[in-house]
Design a protein around this ligand. Structure first.
Ligand SMILES: C[S@@+](CC[C@H](N)C(=O)[O-])C[C@H]1O[C@@H](n2cnc3c(N)ncnc32)[C@H](O)[C@@H]1O
Ligand SMILES: Nc1nc2[nH]cc(C(=O)O)c2c(=O)[nH]1
Ligand code: SF4
Ligand SMILES: [Mg+2]
Length: 250
């Protein structure tokens, strides 16, 4: 058996594969994409909007799949037409995803990952896009940012010939989160930064979202940024949340 085939057989914990839909967040907002959501996370954000891909009590819902099986599902969903694949979770950096990226690239698919920057993988260098989303206090993650680990994510991503486009995306609920985002901008002035309005009514809090509250906070954030003459940042809502609320698989 070839090394490539062996690598393709490593199992990946999969919570869900869905799409095509549009990427609802960050630098690729609006782009058609298929999502691969892996199961398991090293963080415990109290306001996480996908706890079913994080908490061990949902483990029974996660399916161990090989890269070949996942790619077959991506191809089925995209009707064999190359599309952007978004790897999210949970923390997808916990999974052996290199073989999937290789398989997809051979067929013309592109890859982006959503990860919090706590685990660095050498295969980050193979991605087309990398979104690092370290957690401001408002997300309620009990562990503070480990800056060394975040630096390592950037280092690993930058070590290949073909470097992914990298961005930082911070979820903002309040002034404390805003100050954290400012700190991040000062640390990484060369990396494009996105501020994302926090959803204060994620699925484990409420079935329905508070659209008026989300838009109010978006308005506040825009005012805050313009007041500060912070013109290099990008402010965005979660488009899929505004459109479809807390619905799964969209
Ligand atoms: C569910 S996470 C999975 C990927 C990875 N664990 C991470 O946090 O980046 C995907 C994105 O959703 C964001 N997110 C999670 N809960 C949110 C919420 N309640 N409001 C807004 N964004 C949220 C995260 O910050 C992250 O950027
Ligand atoms: N449409 C859509 N866009 C997204 N962007 C990031 C998502 C995620 O959960 O990682 C997400 C998601 O679940 N759906
Ligand atoms: S790091 Fe991401 S997936 Fe993990 S708990 Fe936080 S928001 Fe949820
Ligand atoms: Mg989400």
């Amino acid at each position: 058996m070839s090394v490539a085939v062996k690598r393709a057989e490593k199992t990946i914990a999969v919570s869900e594969i869905f799409g095509p839909t549009i990427q609802g967040e960050g630098a690729l907002i609006g782009k058609p994409t298929v999502f691969v959501r892996t199961g398991g996370c090293d963080y415990r954000c109290q306001r996480c909007d996908t706890l079913y891909a994080v908490l061990p009590e949902y483990k029974g819902d996660w399916k161990p799949m090989s890269a070949t099986e996942i790619f077959a599902e991506i191809q089925r969903l995209s009707k064999q037409t190359p599309i952007l694949v978004t790897l999210s979770g949970g923390n997808p950096a916990m999974q052996p995803l290199e073989a999937l990226i290789d398989l997809g690239h051979e067929a013309g698919y592109t890859f982006t990952i959503e990860t919090q920057g706590s685990i660095a993988q050498p295969w980050f260098a193979k991605l087309d896009y990398l979104t690092l989303s370290p957690k401001a206090p408002g997300m309620g993650n009990p562990w503070p940012t480990n800056w060394e680990r975040l630096d390592r994510c950037l280092q690993y991503a930058r070590q290949g010939e073909k470097q992914p486009a990298i961005c930082l995306k911070i979820v903002i609920f309040d002034e404390v989160d805003y100050a954290y985002a400012k700190e991040l901008a000062a640390r990484y002035p060369e990396v494009p930064l996105y501020l994302q309005v926090g959803n204060h009514t994620p699925p484990h809090v409420s079935n329905t979202i508070d659209t008026a509250g989300l838009l109010e906070r978006l308005d506040w954030l825009i005012q805050r940024v313009t007041e500060d003459r912070w013109y290099t940042v990008t402010v965005l809502p979660q488009l899929h949340v505004l459109l479809w609320g807390n619905k799964r698989g969209v």
